[in-house]
Design a binder for this molecule. Structure first.
Ligand code: NAP
Length: 463
């Protein structure tokens, strides 16, 4: 669905009206295109003294051939030398250079006084970040800090990053990656995601990286040889997920309800995948999903995307509307996971990715059933993650306002408010949700388990 306001904002008269009335001016965000570098443009790197993650950050920048710069920081220069990264000199008085991304290793910050390292590094260059740029802070997961003072300071990073996301405008996204004390080797998939246009509509979020086996992948096709099943794949976000996972190399089995067979077949044929017409609430859905993947060597990835809304205020909500939403959005995913996990239905290093919603985080008028189901999805992720074995992970994305048939049905005024009430002043695209799901689906993301990442342009709702 097109965003008419954004089209208007780009016209000469639109620019004039928006400037004079102080209205939001949404900028066309950079989106990922195949066969392009992870990041186009200069990257400025900084670090607080004693940073533990500068080696890993330098290694990733070297691997993606980033055009990297740093001020006079000996520790960073040593880290760059170890990883073969060419670090160009940045003159700290330089007010002209523009950076597509700025990365700061905050892991060396030991106490709240040392948080001034953030101010020292970011304040002078705050106006030098390009449109659709990135601010990335990499810190230590507070729970894995060695002192309380360190944990407090590392937790403080979240407020800093969320404020930067709200302040910088111009489509600039801010990310915080919290790395467990022993998980520096698992940083790469998250840092690549944060740097690249794949994370265009993710901002003000925390990604937590834990220690896990390091799996080497072909970064151009990180899902090569994998089989993924996507529920609700005939349109909207599910269709985009199917396309992105196929682009990343997976064989994708597209699942949707039988009445959607024609669209399901279309999507499957566009991506060289296969189709299964099935209602996920069927008692034997798990069994049928396992069977559908047998010919492909079993299932590696399942994306629980199918979902519905049946909105009414609680006083007017009929029992069947409540039951249907809870059953499709939550109970069906629970039952399918139980079946797959207890019946060898998911291969080693398998991935479960769920789709929640900011409604499940913030709640929403008229959505007691939907918000309960989507908050339940977060519970499903949180309480299943620690139980998983053999490299299997579970994570969720929580979309905000995404331009789909579901949001096109919202009355105009509410729709327009939902679209603008975020740091990007626009709705997201289905591909934005799909790219974040692809991060969790990647074989290289074994260190991501139990995360819930909002894909909402940093919506004000539930922030
Ligand atoms: P959509 O356009 O309505 O697509 C959902 C698909 O799932 C439809 O094809 C639907 O078929 C199918 N489905 C429904 N019940 C099913 C069942 N029992 N078994 C199998 N398939 C079933 O929705 P969307 O906007 O792409 O949303 C996808 C997911 O993102 C949902 O979980 C939604 O809650 C979540 N989400 C969306 C937004 C947004 O802004 N769009 C925001 C937050 C979260 P029918 O034709 O039968 O409905």
């Amino acid at each position: 669905m097109s965003d008419q306001y954004q089209v208007f904002a780009k016209s000469p008269i639109g620019k004039f009206v928006i400037k004079n009335l102080g209205l939001p001016s949404p900028l066309a965000l950079d989106r990922f295109e195949s066969a392009t570098p992870v990041i186009k443009g200069a990257v400025l790197v900084g670090a607080a003294p004693g940073g533990m993650l500068s080696d890993s950050i330098s290694q990733v920048l070297s691997n993606v051939h980033a055009n990297s710069y740093a001020g006079n920081n000996v520790e960073l220069q040593q880290a760059a030398a170890k990883s073969g990264l060419t670090l160009n000199a940045f003159n700290e008085g330089d007010k002209e250079s523009k950076f597509k991304a700025v990365i700061f290793d905050a892991s060396g910050i030991q106490n709240s006084e040392q948080l001034n390292e953030l101010h020292k590094f970011f304040s002078p260059i705050a106006r030098q970040i390009a449109s659709s740029g990135r601010v990335i802070v990499v810190g230590l997961t507070p729970e894995t800090a060695s002192t309380i003072k360190q944990a407090i300071a590392q937790r403080a990073l979240e407020g800093f990053v969320k404020s930067v996301g709200k302040e910088f405008k111009k489509g600039i996204a801010a990310h915080l990656i919290h790395v467990d004390a022993d998980a520096a080797a698992n940083l790469e998939s998250s840092l690549r995601f944060a740097l690249s246009p794949r994370s265009a509509y993710v901002s003000g979020q925390v990604i937590r990286v834990s220690k896990a086996a390091v799996v080497n992948v072909d970064w151009a096709k990180p899902l090569a040889g994998k089989t993924a099943l996507v529920t609700g794949a005939s349109r909207g976000i599910g269709e985009a997920i199917a396309h992105v996972l196929a682009r990343d190399g997976a064989h994708v089995i597209c699942l949707d309800v039988p009445p959607q067979q024609a669209d399901l077949d279309r999507v499957a044929s566009e991506i060289g995948g296969s189709a299964v017409a099935l209602d996920i609430t069927a008692a034997d859905a798990g069994e049928q999903i396992k069977a559908a993947a047998v010919a492909q060597g079993g299932l590696d990835i399942i994306v629980h995307n199918a979902g519905i809304t049946r909105d009414k205020t609680l006083a007017n909500m009929k029992q069947d509307m409540w039951d249907l939403v809870i059953n499709i959005n939550l109970s069906a995913a629970e039952r399918i996971n139980d079946y797959l996990l207890n019946n060898s239905g998911l291969n080693e290093n398998g991935r479960i990715v769920c789709v929640s919603s900011i409604s499940g985080i913030a709640g929403n008028l008229g959505q007691t059933n939907y918000a309960a189901s989507k908050a339940g999805v977060i519970g499903l992720v949180k309480f299943t993650a620690p139980l998983l074995k053999k490299g299997v992970t579970i994570n969720a994305v929580a979309p905000g306002f995404i331009e789909t048939q579901m949001t096109a049905a919202i009355p105009f005024a509410i729709r327009e408010a939902g679209r603008r009430m975020n740091s990007m002043s626009q709705g997201g695209l289905p591909v934005d949700v799909a790219e974040t799901i692809a991060l969790f689906a990647s074989s290289a993301s074994t260190g991501l388990n139990g995360n819930v990442v909002r894909v909402c342009g940093q919506s004000l709702l539930g922030a």
